[in-house]
Design a protein around this ligand. Structure first.
Ligand SMILES: [Zn+2]
Length: 274
């Protein structure tokens, strides 16, 4: 278990100023921001997160995409048709919340509408991250949200739900995800992958990928051992949820009683609930 309140994020928060930029800001102001040092830093962070995703095999070919809120209704995002492992800061794009490109030479990712819909519906979402990590995507294809109460990190940092399949890039896909972002920060996309949001920064949004992927992988190892898994007792879950609430991370279980927290859940490879 990490000793600090959350995994150490080296990323800085999205740019703030006294008067936030918006899609209505003068073109010159948007261009100046896009070419500014703070924007460059955010672009470099997306390159770094992309490298980590590619190295960990969370993205394949040109798959995956990210966005960072940088104003009232504008976001920086990754380009289309570029491997996330080999992006350059100059590849990044600036879009408004309708997906119109405001700056950047490369076309913006075709999945941007999903990220923007999440930001519209969850005003606290500062950054969003979408990948295809194989273990978590396996759970997504099965349409199964992983059972809880196995590992403290997962209890604290991830709140997971599954969204039904829809064609990538279409507005309806974004709406299906956005329906869940009020109380969940990590969404399994059935027959597709995973998307997460963070109220902090892009590195924290990416951390959700590491957390869910490691968790799904570990559960499958546990399932292969063929025994009934041990679970964290409800009184300890209450402690973990207290810490989670203090970190401002959403979880519908804040309203649950101890009995509800003790409810058995399915477990991979077992017929009876654990
Ligand atoms: Zn995708």
């Amino acid at each position: 278990m990490a000793t600090s309140n959350r995994p150490q994020s080296s990323g800085s928060k999205a740019v703030s100023s006294t008067k936030p930029l918006s899609s209505k800001s003068p073109k010159a102001a948007l261009k100046a921001f896009f070419n500014s040092a703070p924007a460059r830093k955010l672009k470099e962070q997306m390159c770094e997160m992309g490298r980590r995703q590619w190295q960990r095999e969370y993205v394949d070919a040109n798959g995956g995409n990210m966005a960072i809120r940088v104003g009232t209704d504008i976001a920086l995002c990754t380009p289309a048709s570029v491997s996330k492992g080999f992006m350059k800061p100059e590849d990044m794009c600036l879009v408004d919340f309708d997906g119109n490109q405001l700056a950047g030479d490369k076309p913006r990712t075709s999945e941007i509408l999903m990220h923007l819909e999440m930001m519209k519906r969850q005003p606290r979402a500062m950054a969003t991250c979408h990948c295809h990590p194989p273990y978590a995507t396996g759970f997504a294809i099965a349409g199964m949200v992983p059972p809880r109460r196995m590992i403290p990190e997962y209890e604290i940092y991830a709140t997971v739900a599954a969204a039904p399949y829809h064609t990538p890039g279409q507005p309806e896909m974004g709406r299906l995800i956005a329906d869940l972002v009020g109380e969940h920060n990590t969404i399994l996309m059935v027959n597709h992958g995973v998307v997460s949001w963070s109220h902090l920064d892009i590195e924290d949004a990416y951390f959700k990928m590491e957390i869910i992927e490691a968790y799904c992988r570990t559960l499958l190892v546990t399932a292969q051992l063929g025994v009934t898994p041990k679970k964290i007792a409800p009184e300890f879950v209450v402690e973990l949820l207290k810490r989670k609430k203090g970190l401002d991370i959403p979880d519908p279980r804040y309203r649950w009683t101890k009995d509800e927290l003790a409810k058995p859940e399915w477990f991979p490879g077992r017929k009876e609930k654990c």
